[in-house]
Ligand binder design. Structure first.
Ligand code: DHB
Ligand code: FE
Length: 305
């Protein structure tokens, strides 16, 4: 056999050649992806310049740390949730609070409080929001000592850590539920989010004629011993992008009700002095089937742990 190939022969060589065992699963998936890309190039007659422009874009995307923005915008994050929901249904597992994507902007290790906290560093801005509720198990029993890890964007739609203008862990907290499974926090109603302009992500979205907006939302990881980690978000009602989320991450069951004009009485410890907007929301967890399912790990930490 020589070294002159047709495209089909080349593809077979790429996918079949190995001199060590390697990882069978990685080999299978890589072969499928390479085959699909070969086909794309051939059927759409992709030019060398187009191919290298794409490679350059991928390199810039990686260097910008925005790979997670593209996976969400192209639907992969939601696809994994849809598949997890389907697997739960097949296995007859209790549904609990719907899962929603983690997104690329979580940071572990936020300051920890018991029962209640402020996310706004004591600096009031925007419309005061107090969110409160309980963490419950599948039978509706309170889960004491659950960890509610919460994060959201600032008034400009940007997240601390990724935005150099914000303090470390701004608008990020962990709250441990009390003996009745209760948590509560004060913050402000966040605005919507948009992908950073001028970024490799924005470049692709412009070329696709797509916007990069997400409706206003607040993220949560809820973890407790013996319970399956819940990754979810709540959405603020009335947002223009509620049914047009660029990350396809909004879920009907997670659009909360706002209760404006909630009286101050009982909320003084959160520094409220005037009637404010309240959101009540209980998180319902599934029982964990394995220890791994209950680990309070973000998606990337889970695969490297
Ligand atoms: C993206 C941003 C978010 O705030 C989010 O919750 C999900 C995805 C993104 O930029 O891809
Ligand atoms: Fe987000």
């Amino acid at each position: 056999m020589g070294n002159e190939f047709t495209a089909a022969e080349l593809l077979a060589r790429v996918n079949d050649s190995h001199s060590a065992a390697g990882d069978e699963r990685v080999r299978t998936i890589t072969a499928r992806i390479v085959s699909d890309l070969f086909r794309t190039i051939e059927e759409l007659d992709v030019s060398a310049n187009e191919f290298w422009a794409a490679a350059d874009w991928l390199a810039r995307l990686g260097a910008s740390g925005q790979v997670g923005l593209i996976t969400a915008g192209l639907g992969f994050d939601r696809l994994l949730d849809i598949r997890a929901d389907e697997a739960d249904r097949r296995a007859g597992r209790a549904a609990g609070t719907p899962r929603a994507i983690e997104g690329p902007l979580y940071v572990a290790g936020a300051p920890l409080s018991k029962y209640e906290t402020r996310l706004d560093e004591g600096q009031p801005r925007g419309e005061v929001l107090v969110m409160e509720g309980r963490v419950l198990d599948e039978h509706g029993r309170a889960v004491a000592g659950a960890m509610v890890d919460v994060w959201h964007a600032n008034e400009n739609g940007r997240y601390s850590h990724f935005d150099p203008e914000q303090a470390e862990y701004a608008l990020r907290r962990r709250i441990q539920t009390d003996a009745q499974g209760r948590y509560r926090f004060r913050s402000f109603i966040p605005p919507g989010y948009a992908i950073p302009p001028g970024s490799p992500t924005a470049e692709l979205f412009e070329a696709l004629g797509r916007h990069g907006h997400r409706p206003a939302h607040i993220h949560f990881l809820v973890a407790a011993s013996g319970q399956r980690l819940l990754t979810t978000q709540i959405n603020i009602p009335g947002d223009t992008f509620l049914d047009d989320d660029f990350a396809f991450a909004t879920r009907d069951g997670l659009v909360v009700s706002l209760e404006p004009g909630t009286p101050v009485s009982g909320y003084e410890s959160l520094g409220v002095t005037r009637p404010f907007t309240r959101v009540r929301f209980d998180f319902v967890l599934q029982p964990a089937l394995t220890e791994d399912e209950s680990k309070p790990l973000a998606r990337m930490a889970r695969v490297t742990a």
